[in-house]
Design a protein. Structure first.
Lengths: 1018, 505
């Protein structure tokens, strides 16, 4: 509405003064902090006479004495002044709690105060000082209740894992749908193509009422990304630079004392009944110096591998944008260059993207908008190096060649860095065209055509000498090509009408989503001369070439509608409906319906609340609805044949027929699983979600509380089910299984100080989710195991660990949260052989110094029947606190983020440089660390389960706005930020922030990132 | 006006999708019901797929894990159970959990995988309009043979089993009914094999079925029924046909092959040299009626063979030479999974060439000097000298026989009850043994079964001979020690997963 007014007044600017008694009035518009307000509309009440404030907040217009001037601007309350002189200065108060802020939800915006669902947003400028990573979504960590973001990877091009309100799928995706400016880009967290500086707002849709409009893609929540558009009447050039330098927040845990390493290595082998290595003899062709040779310095080599292969990681983002808006045209052109030099040498990532948006208002009721992103990236992968490599090995041997301890030593990091090729580059184009036709005041037609194209090329070469693959194949060259396209034409009508106390906003439309991906892979082996690496893939032995290609295509047709009805601004009702038809679904289940309904009651607008002016908002929300997860890969509902060869009377013949190998199991993966039978009934996973929420704020919104309780039940989980053996098939995909997530989310906001010069704000966020597997389907058909002690049905999930411990860790178990750890209970360390035998252990495992596994079923032996649930990687709750403070041109903030009550499986916990010296020995009997024994097959046990709780000083940020230093420069902002300043945790490894399965993989310490940023606005 | 034009263009653009909202999926990059079985070449490839099922290690090794290991001829390496779960229970006749025995379950599954592949050929070729009648006869003949052959493997191991007669295309078809009697089982198998007999020729191709294979299998089927019924084996004792009729039918079909051999109508016959039978370079010797085709040039196990490694001694992972009579040739080392029992070795006559020429305890150097001694006498039936000389690693061309001519000959004389045509005498003569004297029909048949133990040693047959003569516990000391009854030893139980998931059981 205001926009229309604004437009009207802009037009009236050109109408000259009206009468003789008229005064020329000048004035300024400022906010409470004294900052000029640009683009505020000042109108003489009751007339069409008005102007807009300029870039300094100054305006002038003609009015008569005694007339009222009304000043209005988005985000501020209207202010009225009576004309009593030629001066009129407005100080605008911010609109209470930004109630009028429009939040982008599916297919249209809703005023924040009118939300009926559970929707939260973060303004990107609040996160601008956080070091950029590959995806802007990383920066949401800890910022929104109910959204768990795990940034476990720190290397270049790593993306976070995003979980909204718990896991609601096992085999389908667990990631939310990401929608950029109305374009559903896909499920995940990959937002690499979008320049963080272009993003205004990240909105997270959590409850069914807000996600059901995305139907079969909405079950994991939706992240709506809105990019910048210039404000009318402005034109800006923005330059920003952010440079991030990182260091480890703790020391690398690798061997620095080589003699001790050798001595303990010998001890470990001796305890295993093996010959010690470090005795100054050759073993398997490798000479191992004796401990005394090392101690005396006779052995000349000592390599600090971290100095050789690691460096100070530096990340730099440079962004330049030009934007402006006139009457008819709004444009934004921005370019960003991002360069991430990882901690390993030559582990690099660069990306460059350009975005051009143009809005053009063709006529009063017809406008078009176009947005285009061209994106390139380059990645050189050099991250599979072992910084813990034996420090006794030199980098180069005496001839200057890369040192190899033996013929089969494929681990020299310098050789891998220099000789192995592993790089990829990508090109993406994301584009949409939108046209809006305002048919009447209350009916608008919107059409949008979304298009995304992506292509990557991967180049690899494994040389003959330094890699196992290359040695085995005498050189292996590889080229991989991938390209994908998404096209989504979409059209909808928006009806927005108010009459009396009623207001109806309704949307109805349809979309068609076409996805295609194709790939090809070329492998060539056996090279005579490898100087070209993979540049001439034809130079390999043609008979050994391996080529393959793939293609997949899927279509999704959707019809959707939603109605927001509000009565007297007190009662709000929202209903949404989506009908999805997907090519991935089985022939018998092509179409799915996803309805939702929500109700909100704005108590604060009731008459009886008028007496309590302290309460600025009190709103109760209730919603219920269904959303889905497509989960299935294309072609799962078709029969699929296999291809083999058969030696028919002396020659190989191609053999084709029903059934193909879908997996392997057993010792050395010798047995095969057969699939390929179509399930014509296969369909989406359905999530029903109930949400009860409260929005409450006091004192003009200075103190606020948002509370949500939800119960999310996902059923028809996509699972593999066994078939009768006589079918000739092992498994097929079915919908069978049920998982429940329940939780609460609390967001508290307090604006303790709000004066012209000083502002102090605190936000506390608390989320707690309880995940529980309710059913894994038919136990027989699913092939579930039964826990012998509790009868709990479970299956292992994830992949087996191979070193320490050995075996599968995570299970899905009925009645338990997803991914709990399953293994042996422990009771310290065995102090005497007799104690070990008494505990039910046998052989080497019963000896003094071994882990004392507990015979929990008291049958006198420790065996697989003694396993039980020993840990839970899911946090009890997460919490964060953000404190932000500003004084005049300074601003500062402190952000603490914490995860509580999760368990981490501390892999390699016994055999690292810090742990080994603490081992059990006869002279140092202890109850914490077992003895060293090289041939120990360590079981998955409680010993490895550690508390992963932590509180991190995630961000400390200090900024200064110089303001208008020079005429041509509107503002300069300088900031510095320290990420991950300190982590409070009892976890003994580098960092407890690990993947959702809770397994710790070592790696290297967490980065403490120091960033320096500069934003200049011209 | 312009606005309207623009609007129309946009509306047209954006509604393109609506018109094309066809949600059918078309397979790309893989074969499927929708795009396969278009031509006779497709049908040939599908037939190859049906043969290919026999070669997977779960099936091909199962022949020995069950047919050999559960008999008195061999033991099992300790610890082998970790690789092939259930094999130890089979060796030791620990039957309590055999419904969940993985080795049995895999064998059961692969029989049905092979059956489904054969059913796919039958279903599609019978319904095809693109394939002419000559090709149809050939394709269907082989497909029906394979179906019958695989069902017979099931029957020998499990007794009555569910009969899947159609290609499984939907979930509704995954619960076939159990055969209600051995008559029903036999009618079905015999129908398949008779169809094969009628439509196939005596052409010999390594790895392919032929008319002699069909007739030979029919003979073996009838002999199994006859002797089983005679021995009072469950299910068989309820068969309608009399023992004598069944024996007569066995003789009838075996005789067809023997006659064709003698008339020169078919290329099959008894090999003069024992060693030649197992020469990997001669896959098309006269004994070869039906063989599992594997070759060292294959890419994965099943395409190439590791069968020999199950029998050969480990020798610390070093290849060695083997010696038979005066000839010496290189051999790959083995996993010694199936060490020969001393009792079985000792049961051979000292002069039996099947012992002196086809078994050895020594491992040799290239010059013929002894390198080492194996802990057990190992068979020389499964060596591939070229595997070692051409360094193909574990990949050998060792092809186990699925049916060889001598088997048909001995089936014939056993069915007759006397040495008609002196086939037994010929077999013994080849082994350097004198003919047997005259004896009663019953004693003669027992003697033939004993002769089979020596002749087909390590060829995956012994358990089924013991079962049909109801003498598992008599011959296999481990079976006796485990306390199983002859009735319990006659069949293994249908795997539990089948019982759980086949709604018609």
């Amino acid at each position: 509405m205001r926009k229309l007014l604004t437009i009207a007044f802009m037009l009236s600017l050109f109408i000259p003064g009206l009468s003789a008694q008229t005064l020329k009035i000048t004035g300024t518009v400022k906010d409470e902090a004294g900052t000029p307000v640009v683009g505020a509309a000042i109108i003489v009440e009751g007339t069409s006479n008005g102007v807009l404030s300029d870039s300094k907040g100054v305006f002038s217009l003609n009015a008569k004495m005694g007339q009222n001037l009304v000043c209005s601007c988005m985000g501020f309350l209207n202010s009225t002044l009576k004309v009593d002189s030629d001066r009129a200065d407005f100080t605008l108060k911010e609109d209470v709690q930004m109630l009028e802020q429009t939040i982008v939800v599916g297919y249209g915006g809703v005023k924040k105060g009118d939300l009926t669902g559970s929707v939260a947003n973060v303004k990107m400028d609040k996160l601008a000082a956080i070091p950029n990573t590959n995806s802007a979504i990383s920066n949401l960590e800890g910022r929104i209740a109910g959204v768990q973001i795990i940034n476990s990877g720190q290397g270049p091009a790593s993306d976070p894992k995003v979980i909204i309100r718990g896991f609601s799928s096992i085999n389908g995706t667990q990631s939310p749908l990401v929608v950029v400016d109305g374009f559903p880009l896909g499920e995940g967290s990959d937002l690499k193509q979008i320049n963080p500086a272009d993003i205004v707002d990240l909105v997270v849709l959590k409850d069914a009422s807000s996600t059901s409009i995305y139907g079969s893609r909405g079950a994991n929540g939706v992240i709506m990304v809105t990019t910048k558009r210039a404000e009318k009447g402005t034109s800006h050039i923005n330059f920003s630079q952010q440079t991030v330098v990182s260091q480890f927040n703790s020391k690398l845990n690798i061997w620095r004392d080589a003699a001790l390493m050798a001595q303990l290595g010998n001890e470990s082998r001796s305890n295993a009944g093996q010959n010690p290595l470090y005795v100054g003899k050759k073993d398997n062709g490798v000479y191992y110096p004796s401990v005394s040779e090392i101690e005396s310095g006779t052995w000349p080599y000592y390599t600090k591998w971290d100095n050789i292969i690691m460096r100070v990681p530096v990340t730099s983002t440079t962004s330049l944008g030009i934007s402006g808006a006139s009457d008819r045209v709004i444009y934004n052109l921005s370019a960003v260059y991002y360069n991430d030099k990882g901690v390993y040498i030559k582990d690099n990532y660069q990306k460059f993207s350009v975005k051009l948006d143009v809005d053009y208002k063709y006529s009063e009721n017809f406008s078009i908008r176009s947005s285009n992103i061209i994106y390139r990236d380059w990645r050189n992968v050099n991250n599979s190096m072992d910084v813990g490599r034996n420090p006794l090995w030199p980098v180069y041997d005496d001839n200057g060649d890369y040192y190899r301890a033996s013929e089969t030593d494929y681990g020299n990091p310098m050789a891998l860095t220099d000789k192995v090729e592993n790089k990829n580059s990508g090109f993406d184009a994301i584009s949409f065209l939108q046209s809006t036709w305002k048919i009447t005041d209350w009916l608008t037609w919107t059409g949008q055509l979304n298009y995304k194209y992506g292509a990557t090329v991967t180049d690899k070469y494994n040389p003959k000498v330094y890699t196992e693959d290359g040695t085995f194949n005498n050189g292996h060259a590889y080229i991989g090509n991938w390209l994908g396209q998404t096209m989504i034409p979409e059209t909808y009508l928006t009806y927005d009408h108010a009459f009396g106390k009623h207001r109806i906003n309704a949307v109805g439309g349809y979309s068609y989503d076409y996805d295609m991906a194709r790939s090809s892979e070329l492998n060539s082996y056996d090279f005579v001369n490898e100087s070209l690496q993979n540049e001439n893939i034809g130079a390999g032995d043609p008979e050994k070439n391996v080529i393959s290609n793939g293609y997949s295509e899927s279509k999704l047709v959707s019809f959707y509608g939603k109605v927001n009805y509000s009565y007297d601004n007190r009662y709000l009702l929202t209903g949404t409906f989506r009908r999805d038809g997907s090519s991935k679904f089985g022939a018998n289940n092509k179409w799915a319906n996803f309805p939702s309904v929500a109700f909100a009651w704005k108590l604060h607008n009731e008459d009886f609340m008028k007496d309590v002016p302290e309460i600025s908002e009190a709103k109760i929300r209730v919603s219920y609805g269904l959303s889905g997860n497509q989960g299935i890969s294309p072609y799962q509902t078709l029969s699929q044949y296999g291809t083999e060869t058969y030696y028919d009377d002396g020659s190989w013949k191609t053999a084709i027929g029903p059934g193909y190998i879908i997996g392997y199991y057993g010792s050395n993966s010798r047995f095969k699983y057969w699939g390929g039978i179509p399930n014509k009934d296969l369909k989406w996973e359905t999530t029903s979600q109930f949400d009860l929420g409260l929005d409450f704020s006091m004192f003009e919104g200075r103190y606020g509380l948002t509370f949500d309780w939800y119960r999310k039940n996902t059923y028809d989980l996509l699972r593999e089910s066994y078939l009768s053996l006589s079918s000739g098939y092992d498994k097929m995909w079915v919908n069978d299984g049920d998982v429940l997530n329940q939780g609460i989310e609390v967001t508290l906001n307090a604006n303790f100080i709000r004066t012209k010069d000083m502002n102090f704000n605190a936000t506390f966020i608390f989320s707690r989710n309880r995940n529980k597997v309710m059913s894994l389907g038919n136990a027989t058909a699913a092939g579930l195991n039964t826990d012998p002690n509790t009868g709990m049905q479970y299956e292992f999930t994830g992949s087996a660990l191979t070193y320490e411990p050995v075996g599968m860790v995570n299970i899905l178990a009925v009645g338990q949260p997803m991914y709990v750890f399953y293994g042996y209970k422990t009771d310290g360390i065995i102090q005497s052989d007799a104690e070990g035998i008494a505990a039910g252990l046998t052989g080497d495992e019963a000896k003094a110094g071994e882990i004392k596994y507990v015979d929990i079923n008291h049958d006198g032996v420790v065996d697989e029947k003694d396993r039980t649930v020993i840990g839970n990687p899911n946090p009890d709750f997460t919490a964060s606190l953000n404190l932000s403070f500003s004084y005049k041109k300074f601003d500062a903030s402190l952000f603490l983020n914490g995860v509580f009550g999760n368990d981490v499986l501390y892999q390699y916990g016994m055999t690292n440089a810090a742990a080994e010296p603490k081992r059990w020995t006869i002279d140092n009997p202890n109850n914490d660390y077992p003895s060293l024994r090289n041939n120990r097959q360590t079981k998955v046990s409680e010993w490895f389960v550690r508390d992963g709780s932590y509180v991190r000083i995630q961000e400390v940020n200090l900024g200064y706005n110089f303001g208008r230093l020079f005429d041509s420069i509107e503002n300069i902002k300088l900031y510095m930020n320290i990420s991950n300043l300190y982590t409070f945790t009892s976890f003994p490894g580098y960092d407890p922030e690990v993947g959702v399965d809770g397994i710790y993989w070592g790696g290297y310490p967490r980065f403490r990132k120091y960033s320096l940023g500069l934003n200049i606005t011209f | 006006m312009k606005t309207k034009v623009l609007n129309s263009i946009f509306i047209a653009l954006l509604t393109v999708g609506l018109a094309s909202c066809n949600l059918e999926e078309n397979p790309y990059g893989f074969y499927s019901d929708e795009n396969f079985y278009q031509t006779v070449d497709d049908a040939d490839a599908a037939l190859m797929y049906a043969y290919n099922a026999l070669t997977f290690l779960e099936y091909s090794r199962g022949i020995f894990y069950i047919g050999e290991c559960a008999s008195e001829t061999v033991d099992l390496k300790s610890g082998e159970d970790a690789n092939n779960p259930g094999s130890q229970a089979l060796d030791e006749w620990q039957i309590s959990d055999n419904a969940n025995n993985q080795t049995l379950q895999l064998y059961f599954k692969y029989c049905y995988i092979a059956i489904n592949r054969a059913n796919a050929v039958i279903y599609n070729v019978e319904n095809s309009t693109a394939i002419d009648s000559t090709d149809k006869r050939r394709l269907l003949g082989e497909a029906y043979f394979l179906r019958g052959y695989n069902y017979f493997n099931l029957v020998k191991v499990f007794g009555l089993v569910p009969i899947q007669k159609q290609m499984v295309q939907t979930i509704d078809q995954t619960s076939p009914n159990m055969a209600t009697s051995m008559d029903e089982m036999y009618d079905f198998m015999i129908g398949d094999l008779k169809y094969a007999e009628a439509n196939l020729t005596y052409t010999q191709k390594a790895g392919r079925a032929n008319k002699a294979a069909a007739e030979g299998m029919l003979a073996k089927l009838y002999l199994t029924a006859a002797s089983s019924k005679e021995s009072g084996v469950a299910y068989y004792s309820d068969m309608t046909e009399s023992v004598d009729t069944l024996y007569a039918d066995a003789a009838l079909y075996a005789k067809k092959v023997l006659d064709a051999s003698q008339s020169g109508e078919c290329p099959f016959g008894m090999s003069d040299s024992l060693k030649d039978i197992y020469d990997v370079t001669k896959p098309n010797g006269p004994e070869q009626v039906f063989i599992m085709s594997m070759d060292r040039t294959g890419q994965k196990e099943g395409n190439y063979s590791k069968i020999g490694m199950l029998f050969m001694p480990y020798n610390n992972g070093n290849n060695f030479y083997v010696k038979s009579g005066s000839s010496t040739w290189p051999s790959h080392y083995g996993y010694e999974v199936f060490p020969t029992t001393t009792a079985f070795y000792d049961s051979f006559a000292d002069i039996d060439r099947r012992k002196t020429e086809l078994m050895n305890t020594k491992m040799y150097n290239a010059d013929g000097s002894v390198e080492a001694t194996s802990a057990y006498p190992f068979t020389l039936k499964y060596t591939d000298p070229i595997q070692v000389t051409s360094s193909t690693g574990d990949k050998s061309s060792v092809k186990p026989y699925l049916l060889r001519f001598t088997d048909i000959a001995l089936t014939y004389v056993e069915a007759k009850g006397y040495d008609d045509g002196e086939w037994l005498a010929k077999v013994r003569e080849r082994a350097g043994l004198a003919p047997l004297g005259t004896m009663s029909k019953s004693d003669f048949r027992d003697a033939v079964v004993q002769e089979r133990a020596w002749e087909f040693a390590f060829e995956g047959q012994r358990l089924y001979d013991l079962r049909r003569k109801a003498m598992v516990t008599k011959k296999d000391s481990k079976a006796a020690a485990s306390g199983v009854t002859e009735a319990q030893a006659a069949f293994y139980p249908i795997p539990q997963r089948e019982i759980d998931l086949n709604s018609n059981l």
